[in-house]
Design a protein around this ligand. Structure first.
Ligand code: SAM
Length: 247
């Protein structure tokens, strides 16, 4: 885990021996399960350390440690797939409650397995689409931090994520490449869902040979009850100035 340890050091993270072992085991299980079910196209040891583990941990750049230590701090990761970015963050911060949402049952089987294998506590796996789970009182407006990586374009994504944020909480989207246009197109959706764009943080790490950003959106008003709309609609007809299909 040399690459991960080195990269994380640049984020101010120092792992315990147990955490390094957990990442090692995560890698092995990911590769083993990937032979049977499609979890990831990134499989070589070095790339997984950087493109999955380290990339997930870049969230810490927008996450003050005091906040994570608050007893009511909790995290939701939407469309987590094989657990990114939620599980690496859980390895780093074992305390806060983490809910992982993933609609593909095979992937949730892996998530249950890896949580057990890594002995992670206070993690819940929800086999559901965000559009459905967001209307359940147990999850709606309950989370201090909502995350989602590589799930949808921002105008769609905010409809899937902001309903889960508490007022005063925030959603952090991980984005690659030129994102200005995407962010501009999401402005209407952000305001409609009760959010406010706080800032965009560029990830300055030599480990990545592309441009990566964190888009940080604060939740300032409640999300109107009608959102998210029924499954599939946020993707087919995203809320934006000119309402057109973007698939
Ligand atoms: N976040 C992971 C990562 O970065 O490696 C997985 C990304 S994968 C490209 C997108 C994931 O989003 C898939 O696992 C898919 O099942 C999930 N997804 C797609 N639509 C969703 C929805 N409406 N609600 C929740 N998850 C969804």
């Amino acid at each position: 885990m040399k690459k991960l340890i080195e990269g994380a050091g640049k984020l101010g993270i120092e792992f315990s021996a147990r955490q390094v072992k957990q990442f090692e085991l995560y890698y092995q299980e990911l590769i083993e399960w990937n032979k049977k079910i499609n979890l990831t196209a990134i499989t070589d040891y070095s790339s997984v350390q950087v493109k999955h583990f380290l990339d997930s941990l870049t969230i810490t750049l927008a996450l003050p440690e005091e906040e994570v230590e608050r007893p009511d701090f909790n995290i939701m990761d939407i469309g987590t797939g094989a657990g990114f970015p939620g599980v690496p963050l859980k390895i780093l911060f074992p305390q806060p409650r983490l809910v992982l949402i993933e609609p593909t049952t095979k992937k949730t089987a892996f998530l249950h397995h890896i949580i057990h294998k890594l002995e992670l506590e206070n993690v819940e796996v929800l086999n559901s689409r965000a559009e459905e789970a967001a209307h359940l009182p147990l999850y709606r407006e309950q989370f201090a931090l909502v995350l989602s990586r590589a799930v949808a374009l921002l105008p769609t994504l905010v409809e899937l994520t902001l309903p889960f944020c508490q007022i005063g909480g925030r959603f952090i989207a991980q984005k690659k490449g030129e994102s200005d246009q995407e962010i501009n197109r999401a402005k209407k959706a952000i305001a409609t869902l009760g959010g406010k764009l706080d800032h965009i943080k560029k990830i300055e790490l030599r480990e990545f040979n592309d441009e990566r950003y964190l888009v940080i959106i604060d939740k300032i008003y409640p999300t109107p009850n009608k959102y998210p709309r029924r499954p599939g609609l946020p993707r087919r007809r995203p809320i934006q100035e000119v309402n057109r299909d973007v698939e």
